[in-house]
Design a protein around this ligand. Structure first.
Ligand code: ADP
Length: 579
């Protein structure tokens, strides 16, 4: 289609000459079959050429739309696949977030633009060659002049494209910040605080101020672009006027016919336009490939947490322990190590609590255990085998983590539970049992469509749950997953002590015989553990069970006493936190 579309303009131009020349023959010979016959053929051919141009335009529009959707879906697929494949640590890095933003910006539109530009480049080149061939008989210098007349426009397009790309790279963080402000102002998770603290105007102003700067910069770019284009256009126009004057002189001298003049005008005019768009195509291709290079850079990022060449099988069941041995770990880009020569042994089948103040390094332990990061020195062992000897997927499938802030998945209740283990399709009876065990079954049955009710208020007809109820859903997922190692990261923070008490009993059922690590501020949780480790500034400073630690009269005991003095709640169900 591109080839035919490329040749058609030249055919039209050529037919114009024939038509004008035939018209000149027929002029003044009266309306007769003979005079009509003279122009009938070129008119018919011209009509066919115009018709074909229209049909091909429609057809190529259709092809382009189909191609556009296919390319967009394909590239989005690649970006999504890569976003899931990449290391967790990427999401904690600003640099990665920049790259993701740059890749996503270009992901859907740029490949397509590149494809289209390449297409029209081919088409324009064909038209140009045909036009040059038409012009050649009038002077060898004409095609060269045609080219020269378009060079300023090319230079302008190229320079502006580069400037635009550089601007876009430079302002990536600004645009990310805009998204952030926008999400603060429009998303449900901030809506309550935003109203209470009345900080809407604060972020609105920040958004507008940033937009104002970006708008100013864009408009400056656009102004320069328009001015340079005007100048380039003026140069092309002067050259065109010169050649037309020369051609007019040839007509006056009787060296060429009027048909030739019509052909020449069209060919030179179209030729100029084509060269301009051809060079524009080249500029666009260059610009789009710069943007696409961001996408490819992103797609080429390789996870550093990988499987060993010959992964070992995970010990099932875990018979000895999980052990941190001389672990030293420093977050990428941070100044000091979070853990240094850290040692901790968690006996298999036991419930171990780790208590400590904020920033002690408790969550870091979880991240290392799940292999979201690898330590720089030392290692973590399962029954004496280093974590790095197992496949990452196998390792993660043996772990359930109940995070502090459960993610509210806006799917049906049954689907939300099934997410716990997608390797098998849990039967409705299994789902229901897990929900019962986690104490959320009654709540789900009270929802409008029971297990088929949509959760969350994001989509129409959804029902919202309380913080504690989302926690219970997460617990039910943990029941379905049947992982060997259960990690709790402040999982009851959203619950009152009574709900927590009930939840803990259920957790004991879940943990039965499995290894559990409980990370908490709360003594209500910690005191029930078989072993309690007190962590401070990346070190374990005290260990023992509740009674032993009280007897030691150390940090744990002091915090406990402080809490006993300040809490009016019975010691069996204290709510105070580790201080
Ligand atoms: P805890 O869970 O005990 O509150 P964390 O394990 O989250 O503590 O954090 C321990 C230390 O590591 C803190 O000083 C924290 O600032 C730092 N830290 C946590 N996450 C990161 C990160 N992604 N990058 C750099 N430093 C981090």
């Amino acid at each position: 289609m591109l080839v035919i579309q490329g040749i058609l303009p030249a055919i039209t131009v050529y037919l114009t000459r024939t038509l004008v020349n035939q018209l000149l023959v027929a002029v003044g010979s009266g309306v007769s079959w003979q005079s009509i016959q003279v122009i009938l053929l070129p008119v018919t051919l011209m009509a066919i050429a115009i018709l074909m141009t229209e049909v091909l335009q429609g057809a190529s529009e259709w092809v382009r739309t189909a191609q556009s959707d296919l390319v967009q879906d394909y590239i989005s697929g690649l970006v999504h696949q890569q976003s899931v494949r990449i290391d967790y640590s990427c999401y904690e890095s600003s640099d990665y977030n920049d790259r993701l933003e740059q890749a996503r910006e270009g992901a859907t539109t740029r490949p397509l633009a590149l494809l289209e530009n390449a297409g029209s480049l081919v088409q324009n080149m064909i038209t140009l060659v045909a036009m040059a061939a038409i012009l050649l008989p009038y002077g060898h210098w004409l095609p060269v002049l045609l080219l020269i007349s378009a060079l300023p426009a090319f230079y302008v397009a190229l320079r502006l494209n580069i400037r635009q790309y550089q601007w876009s790279q430079r302002t990536t963080i600004d645009r990310r910040r805009l998204h952030y402000y926008d999400s603060l102002l429009t998303n449900s998770w901030v809506a309550a605080e935003l109203r209470l603290f009345n900080f809407g105007a604060f972020f609105q102003t920040a958004y507008q101020r940033l937009r104002q700067r970006l708008r100013h910069e864009t408009l400056t770019l656009l102004r320069d672009q328009t001015l340079s284009r005007l100048m380039a256009g003026a140069i092309a126009l002067i050259i065109a006027a010169g050649t037309m004057t020369w051609m007019g002189r040839q007509v006056l001298l009787g060296l060429v016919t009027l048909g030739d003049l019509a052909l020449f005008y069209q060919a030179f005019n179209k030729g100029q336009l084509i060269i301009k768009s051809l060079l524009g195509n080249l500029g666009q291709i260059y610009k789009n490939s710069l943007f696409i290079s961001n996408l490819f850079e992103f797609l080429e990022l390789n996870p550093e947490i990988t499987d060993p060449p010959h992964p070992l099988a995970i010990p099932a069941p875990l018979s000895q322990s999980i052990a941190f041995r001389q672990v030293t770990f420093q977050y990428p880009g941070s100044q000091d190590p979070t853990l240094e020569n850290f040692n901790l042994t968690i006996p298999a089948g036991k419930i171990v609590a780790i208590v400590g103040d904020n920033g002690a390094g408790k969550s870091t332990l979880i991240k290392l255990l799940c292999r979201f990061y690898d330590p720089q020195f030392g290692g973590i062992e399962l029954d004496g085998i280093d974590l790095r000897s197992f496949s990452v997927a196998d390792l993660r499938s043996m772990i359930t983590v109940l995070f502090q802030n459960p993610i509210p998945y806006y799917v049906t209740a049954a689907e939300s539970l099934a997410l716990g283990d997608l390797s098998t399709t849990p039967r409705p009876a299994e789902i229901e049992r897990a929900a019962r065990d986690a104490g959320i079954h009654d709540k789900i049955t009270r929802l409008p469509q029971g297990y088929d009710s949509l959760l969350g208020k994001w989509f129409p007809g959804g029902s919202d749950l309380s913080g504690g109820e989302w926690q219970r859903l997460a617990l039910a997922r943990a029941f379905l997953r049947r992982a060997q190692l259960i990690i709790l990261d402040e999982p009851t923070s959203a619950m009152d002590p009574w709900a927590e008490f009930d939840w803990l009993e259920r957790f004991r059922t879940l943990a039965n015989g499995r290894t559990a690590i409980v990370i908490t501020h709360r003594f209500t949780l910690a005191m029930r553990a078989d072993v309690i480790h007190v962590m401070r500034a990346g070190k374990i400073v005290e260990s023992g069970n509740h009674d032993e630690l009280l007897a030691q009269d150390g940090l744990y005991a002091q915090s406990w006493k402080t809490q006993m003095q300040t809490s009016s709640v019975a010691p069996q169900q204290p709510i105070a936190k580790f201080t």
